[in-house]
Write a protein that binds this ligand. Structure first.
Ligand SMILES: Nc1ncnc2c1ncn2[C@@H]1O[C@H](COP(=O)(O)OP(=O)(O)OP(=O)(O)O)[C@@H](O)[C@H]1O
Length: 680
């Protein structure tokens, strides 16, 4: 991990990298940095000036007044005006510095949050499957903040460096012997800050890494709350979280301990300087080498620079954390594997169904990619951010290569089949046979290692992003519903989808009945992940979302698994233009029902006999190979594996029907499968 790399690197590396990161920040925001630095330089120079003004006031106004026994009112007023002017100048400088630093820090944070989010959207599904959501959240939050943490004190530190140079110069101008105190103290201050930063580096890196890990565990626990609760795993999860939280606590305490040791030392050094100046100064005064004005000025100088000098320490101490955060950001920003889009568009004017062709398609997941493919539940979140920029277009007519051919275990072998326009093809096969992978390839979530997937004869890799999403839609088994209204969940802010189109899509998805009964109809808020809806309702809502875009190819990856079989059959029949009567118990809002012609070709991963029977053709897959194609009855007769599988499905379905029988009498009518399971 990046954090480990930082922790493992030498502190000198960290310092150099940290300074480079500060350079990137200045390059990104040169104007704001200039304003902040100018404010800081004014402030710092006026600090040096204030010491000399105080010296002059003491030497030229206070001491003479004490000697004479009366004050010169004019001189006192002049002194007051000088002190006020210096203070006002410092206030203005401080204002510019703070405002500029704040602007710079928050603008950089916002810009990098956008970059990270955009990159997430560009990276392929395989990359997302390899990264924990909690870590991604931590990248976009805590790591972005960490990377730009030293920006807040940076202008102050720059001004302080100028101040130290000015202070040294003024010391030498005043008296070279007094200047030696500065020669001893200033480099010591700087050296102490550097040692501090080096000691801090591994501690800060570790703390930043632990922040990411705690975030990942917390996210996983909350996400899996249902499993944790139903399996009685609360204690185990709490312990797992507590271990990581404990490690983060220890890492932060170790940071605090070091701070506790170094902060007082950094504060004490300038005080030692003041002491040194007073000792040396007393001798120099008695020798007549310096005046009282000069001595007071120099002593005061050491007192007032104690605070600004710490700004250098703040920047140096935060650099390791900044480097750790930055490197974690870089793992996202420089991640490879995106699948560049082509520049070919498909003509949608005809609104005819598309033809999908798989020709000798082979595919393997990269070796490091674990777990099973779960195609994302939704195409894209409704975000106000502009769409992720499409990487540089490929030359016209060329086929971008996308993900490089992986050397992992082959999952699909020379898969060939066609979904003709307006036809429904059912994909059937045992678990793990590659059905979801085929679905993912059909809408180009992944690219084949060999062979081609074409839409209307055009390789999907050469299509533009907009053309791909306008022509195809995938509905996954696990539906993703946004915490928004029903309307927004269906339209996703896409143009040309008014309420009429929303209702038409809901009707096709057999979702109009339940939406009509919701308290606010289309304006009903469905809660986080659609918590206010049943599993089957969520599935139908996401199906309506896909249909609202009027895709020319619809890929259903077990998308109606939680819906009652009769409702599922009604949906498929409607999609095929054979609108059946609404299932009992669910009121249709009427209108365009039955009027929608099949403008889409359908590839459906099917598990139920009723669904399979509706298909024009069945493609039967085993171990990533197509072992049979034809109608349901042909395959039953010719392919023993298929016959056995479908019979098993039928038996399971019959058992479920039997178990479900009592629930059918519930007043809500035909409940979705998950409702019944939950209610059981
Ligand atoms: N992200 C992944 N990384 C590595 N291997 C994967 C990944 N996703 C799936 N696989 C493997 O690819 C094979 C095909 O998986 P796929 O999910 O396509 O099968 P499926 O037929 O849809 O299964 P199911 O019916 O259980 O949903 C399986 O052996 C699976 O373990």
């Amino acid at each position: 991990m990046a954090g480990e790399a930082v922790a493992g690197g030498t502190s000198r590396d960290v310092l150099a990298k940290g300074i480079r990161i500060l350079g990137y920040a200045i390059r990104d925001e040169p104007r704001i940095f200039s304003i902040a630095a100018a404010g800081s330089v004014i402030y710092s120079l006026l600090i040096v000036a204030s010491a000399y003004v105080v010296g002059a006031v003491v030497g030229n106004v206070v001491v003479p007044s004490l000697e004479r026994g009366e004050a010169d009112v004019g001189a006192v007023l002049l002194a007051a005006a000088a002190l006020l002017a210096v203070s006002l100048g410092r206030v203005l400088g401080m204002f510019g510095r703070r405002l500029g630093a704040g602007y710079m820090q928050y603008r950089l944070q916002a810009s990098y949050r956008r970059r990270i989010t955009r990159r997430y959207l560009e990276l392929p599904l395989a990359w997302h499957q390899r990264h924990a959501t909690g870590t991604l959240l931590s990248n976009a939050n805590s790591d972005v903040e960490a990377a730009w943490f030293p920006i807040a004190p940076l202008p102050f530190a720059v001004g302080t460096l100028v101040m130290l140079v000015a202070a040294m110069a003024s010391l030498f101008v005043t008296d070279w012997v007094l200047a030696l105190v500065g020669v001893a103290i200033f480099p010591a201050l700087f050296a102490l800050n550097v040692v501090y930063s080096r000691r801090m580096a591994p501690r800060q890196s570790r703390a930043q890494q632990m922040r990411g890990e705690v975030s990942a565990i917390a996210h996983e626990s909350f996400d899996g709350a249902l499993v944790v609760k139903t399996m009685g795993q609360e204690a185990r999860e709490t312990a797992r979280f507590a271990t990581q939280a404990g490690e983060l606590r220890d890492a932060l305490i170790s940071v605090g301990r070091l701070r506790g040791v170094f902060d007082p030392m950094l504060e004490t050094l300038p005080s030692l300087g003041t002491l040194g100046v007073l000792l040396v100064g007393a001798i120099r005064l008695s020798q007549g080498a310096v005046s009282i004005t000069e001595l007071v000025s120099v002593a005061f100088l050491f007192t007032v620079l104690a605070f600004p000098v710490r700004a250098i320490g703040w920047v140096l101490a935060e650099l390791p954390r900044s480097v750790a955060g930055w490197e974690r950001l870089q793992t996202v920003l420089t991640a490879t594997g995106e699948m560049p889009y082509g520049d070919t568009t498909l003509d949608r004017a005809a609104e005819t169904p598309a033809t999908l062709d798989f020709t000798r398609v082979s595919f393997s997941y990269a070796p490091t990619e674990a777990a099973t493919v779960t195609v994302p539940a939704d195409p894209a979140p409704p975000t106000a951010e502009p769409a992720a920029p499409v990487p540089a277009p490929a030359p016209p007519g060329s086929v971008p290569t996308g993900t490089p051919a992986s050397t992992g275990t082959p999952v699909l072998h020379e898969v060939s089949f066609t979904v003709p326009p307006g036809r429904t093809v059912a994909l059937v096969g045992p678990t793990g046979s590659g059905k979801s992978t085929i679905a993912a390839l059909a809408v180009r979530l992944v690219d084949p290692d060999a062979g081609t997937v074409t839409l209307d004869g055009v390789d999907v890799r050469s299509l533009t992003a907009a053309s791909l999403s306008a022509n195809t839609a995938l509905v996954a088994q696990v539906p993703f519903v946004f915490d928004d209204t029903v309307r927004e969940n269906v339209t996703l802010g896409r143009d040309g989808i008014g309420d009429e189109e929303v209702w038409a899509a809901l009707r096709l998805a057999e979702a109009d009945g339940f939406v009509a009964t919701l308290p606010d109809g289309l304006d009903t808020l469905v809660g986080e992940r659609g918590a206010a809806l049943s599993g089957g309702q969520r599935q139908r809502l996401t199906l309506a979302r896909a249909l609202a875009g009027r895709p020319r190819l619809l890929v259903l990856d077990d998308a109606t698994s939680a819906v009652d079989p009769r409702v599922e059959a009604a949906i498929l029949a409607a999609l095929r233009g054979q609108r059946s009567a609404p299932p009992p118990g669910e009121r249709s809002t009427g209108g365009a029902a039955g009027q929608v012609s099949p403008a889409t070709s359908i590839l459906v991963v099917a598990y139920r006999r009723a669904t399979i029977a509706l298909a024009d053709e069945v493609v039967y897959v085993e171990h990533g190979r197509v072992v049979g194609r034809g109608t349901h009855s042909t395959l039953l007769a010719t392919t023993p594996g298929y016959a056995a599988l479908v019979t098993a499905y039928e038996r399971a379905e019959a058992e479920r029907e039997r178990d479900r029988a009592p629930a059918q009498t519930a007043p809500d009518g035909p409940a979705d499968r998950q409702d019944q399971e939950v209610g059981a």
